[in-house]
Ligand binder design. Structure first.
Ligand code: E4P
Length: 212
């Protein structure tokens, strides 16, 4: 399973670069950084040698394609994030023909994921947390998409997104999601367990009694 970090903050990315396989950003995450978009993406690409998702903001296929070509020109690691709309899928199909990798974002149903795969998306991003937020079953959607993809020879990888807590991470891994993209704060929590802390404390205390 691959682990991505879901942030546009280069300090967070630098700190976790030894661990992560890629990075996802979105317009909201980039806006928090108060820096030019292209500069942020170029810097992230120098830090992590893996897929770096950068999102288009145009709503029409031609506009998305123009933005995608421009973003893909920043660095070979860039994967263009395209929203799951009909024009978005037209753009994905054309970009896939040009060899530009895409991450279909804002996916909330298995039909949307099926269309993304048929259009040649590199990654498909079901937003688990946002579904849970409205009382739905986000991980159920991940399971459904994996089941659909298993029936065919799609190369599209399932990227569990909108991960909100450590439980989401382990559920995505249990289901066999190809990737989870995890915010910095959640990533840090994955290392922790209170029994690990008390265990270390006890070992060190007992160690004091060992003749040196
Ligand atoms: C995924 O690529 C998105 O950037 C992200 O996971 C969205 O998460 P949120 O629902 O917490 O904003």
């Amino acid at each position: 399973m691959k682990l991505f970090i879901d942030t546009a903050n280069v300090s967070e990315i630098r700190e976790m670069a030894w661990l992560v396989d890629g990075v996802t950003t979105n317009p909201s995450l980039v806006a928090r950084e108060k820096r030019p978009f292209r500069d942020v993406i170029a810097e992230i690409c120098e830090i992590v040698d893996g897929p770096i998702s950068a999102e288009v903001t145009a709503l029409d296929a031609d506009g998305m394609i123009a933005e995608a070509r421009d973003l893909a020109g920043i660095h070979d690691n860039v994967v263009v994030k395209i929203p799951m709309t009909e024009p978005g899928m037209q753009a994905v199909a054309r970009l896939s023909g040009e060899g530009i990798r895409t991450n279909v974002t804002l996916v909330f149903s298995a039909n949307q994921a099926l269309l993304a795969a048929k259009c040649g998306a590199t990654f498909v991003s079901p937003f688990v947390g946002r579904i849970d937020d409205i009382g739905g079953d986000g991980m159920g959607l991940v399971a459904e998409i994996l089941g659909v993809y298993e029936n065919y020879a799609f190369l599209t990888e399932v990227l569990a997104a909108s991960i909100r807590h450590p439980r989401h991470m382990i559920e995505a891994a249990t289901l066999g999601a190809d990737i989870a993209t995890v915010p910095y704060a959640v990533l840090k929590k994955l290392f922790d367990h209170p029994l690990t802390d008390t265990g270390i404390e006890r070992f060190l205390k007992d160690w004091e009694g060992v003749p040196k």
